[in-house]
Design a protein. Structure first.
Length: 197
């Protein structure tokens, strides 16, 4: 194919992973095929098989590829820990709803086929990230300003906003409402981590 001869190396791999991600989100893992990805990318199956031997390997690679670009562009710094946190959760909610839908609704056959769990797939997604989460940067800044008590930040407490946001996205299959985000921050997380006056 003409498209196949023009793209090589990193450019070809980028096109394949983008096509795989689009195929995965459009049809789900149950109908995710090497043939479908090849057609979408305008290339041949052998080109894909030279890089990924199984469709599960390609699916994981596509998710990891997506994770490298699915990052907040600029971490807000409003001077308010609460407002920064709400801005980060709003941003993540808007960008993560497609991923949460994929994990919860469209990847059942992947878990059955590979014997893995959503937690293991999430760990692979997180491992591909090249920068800390915006949430982590906001939290570090809040600790430096004295807005957050670091002694109260156990790993479980630190995970609370993300866990609650993920639950909201999973239950609604759409971005979280402003009210839900404010409740996560004001009613749950801030009372857990702010210094007691």
């Amino acid at each position: 194919m003409a498209g196949e001869t023009r793209r090589r190396g990193a450019a070809l791999e980028e096109a394949l992973l983008e096509a795989a991600w689009q195929e995965l989100t459009d049809v789900g893992y149950a109908r995710f095929t090497i043939e479908g990805v090849a057609a979408r990318a305008g290339t041949s199956r052998p080109v894909i098989y030279r890089r990924w031997a199984q469709r599960a390997d390609l699916a994981i690679a596509a998710i990891q590829h997506f994770s490298r670009y699915e990052e907040i562009a600029e971490v807000p710094d409003t001077g308010s820990f609460r407002d920064d946190l709400i801005a980060v959760l709003r941003d993540v909610s808007g960008r993560r709803s497609a991923l949460i839908t994929l994990f919860s609704v469209q990847m059942g056959e992947f878990f059955a086929e590979t014997g893995s769990t959503p937690a293991e797939l999430r760990a692979q997604f997180l491992a591909a990230r090249q920068r800390p989460f915006g949430f982590d940067r906001v939290l570090e800044r809040a600790i430096e300003r004295g807005d957050v008590d670091p002694e109260r930040l156990t790993p479980r407490v630190r995970a609370v906003p993300g866990d609650l946001l993920r639950h909201e996205l999973l239950m609604t299959l759409r971005p979280a409402s402003e009210q839900a985000i404010a409740e996560i921050v004001d009613e749950v997380f801030l009372p857990l981590v702010t210094k007691q006056r």
